[in-house]
Design a protein around this ligand. Structure first.
Ligand SMILES: NC(=O)c1ccc[n+]([C@@H]2O[C@H](COP(=O)([O-])OP(=O)(O)OC[C@H]3O[C@@H](n4cnc5c(N)ncnc54)[C@H](O)[C@@H]3O)[C@@H](O)[C@H]2O)c1
Length: 255
């Protein structure tokens, strides 16, 4: 399953997966006809789900369609938008809701749909397209930065649960030459190509990492080194369970 598959990074990832013989479910609010034709030219297999990832039903439908063809193996939660508004006083309710819907709810709903599916591979691998804006602040779009920090925290926390049948990581690209960036945001920057970022997501999906946030710039591709815990104490993670089995009882306290 690839969300945001009608354009940019998601488009290239969907093609890459289809070219490797995976049956792909491409999800987007936009038209997926172009991707359908490109995959057909490759002789690949694609089902399109047109819908908003911020709606749980869209992600349930996508995961359901994947399960019709076999065990669900790879999930790229990649759809996203900028708000384009640095000034919170001027940010419209609509733009705020759109960014939260695509960047946060879309990831949460995607993971919820995966966890609830009875058609998962023994290990289901999830990659979330976060951003450099999920690791460091920037003044250009603070709400976008918030949404990307949110999903990095979600991914790292889920990985700490140690579920034996889930590998979940995020990829944090710097600027990528796709339609999401305005000309002003592209100017003066060394941009990544979306096909190269798609290859990095592929590497992360098929790798052994868990809970990692991969820095992705033209010069660097490595897990981000987060500073050590400054001393907060949390209860230990519950014992690992299979996806969808719910959590076990409370763990002992560490700190
Ligand atoms: N381009 C960059 O510089 C850059 C840098 C870091 C991270 N990212 C992230 O990469 C991801 C992919 O973006 P891209 O650069 O390929 O941009 P893009 O605009 O080319 O592609 C994003 C796709 O997501 C779809 N989409 C948006 N909201 C949706 C929703 N609610 N439901 C379903 N589909 C939706 C769009 O229709 C579009 O096809 C995004 O999450 C973005 O935040 C991009």
């Amino acid at each position: 399953v690839v969300t945001g598959a009608a354009s940019g990074i998601g488009w290239h990832l969907a093609l890459r997966l289809a070219g490797a013989g995976y049956h792909v479910v491409g999800v987007d609010v936009g038209h997926l006809g172009g991707l359908e034709r490109a995959v057909a030219e490759l002789g690949g297999s694609l089902v399109s789900v047109r819908g908003d990832v911020g709606v749980l039903g869209t992600m349930q439908q996508a995961v359901g369609r994947a399960g019709e063809r076999g065990a669900l193996e790879l999930v790229a939660l990649n759809a996203g938008v900028l708000t384009g508004e640095p000034d919170l006083a001027r940010l419209s309710d609509e733009r705020y809701a759109t960014a939260m819907g695509a960047n946060v709810h879309g990831v949460v709903h995607g993971i919820r749909a995966v966890l609830a599916s009875g058609r998962r591979a023994e290990i289901c691998r999830v990659a979330v397209t976060a951003s450099s804006a999920g690791l460091v602040p920037t003044p250009h779009d603070p709400v976008y930065v918030m949404t990307k920090h949110a999903v990095v925290g979600l991914v790292r926390s889920l990985a700490l649960q140690g579920r034996p049948d889930l590998r979940i990581n995020c990829v944090c690209p710097g600027g990528v030459d796709t339609p999401i960036l305005t000309e002003a945001l592209k100017r003066g920057r060394r941009l990544l190509r979306s096909e190269d970022v798609a290859s990095r997501i592929w590497d992360v999906l098929l790798g052994d990492g868990n809970g990692e946030a991969w820095v992705c710039t033209p010069d660097r591709f490595a897990p981000f080194e987060f500073p050590p815990n400054p001393g907060y104490a949390f209860p230990a993670a519950p014992p690992p369970t299979r996806l969808g089995e719910g959590s076990a009882g409370p763990g002992s306290t560490v700190g």
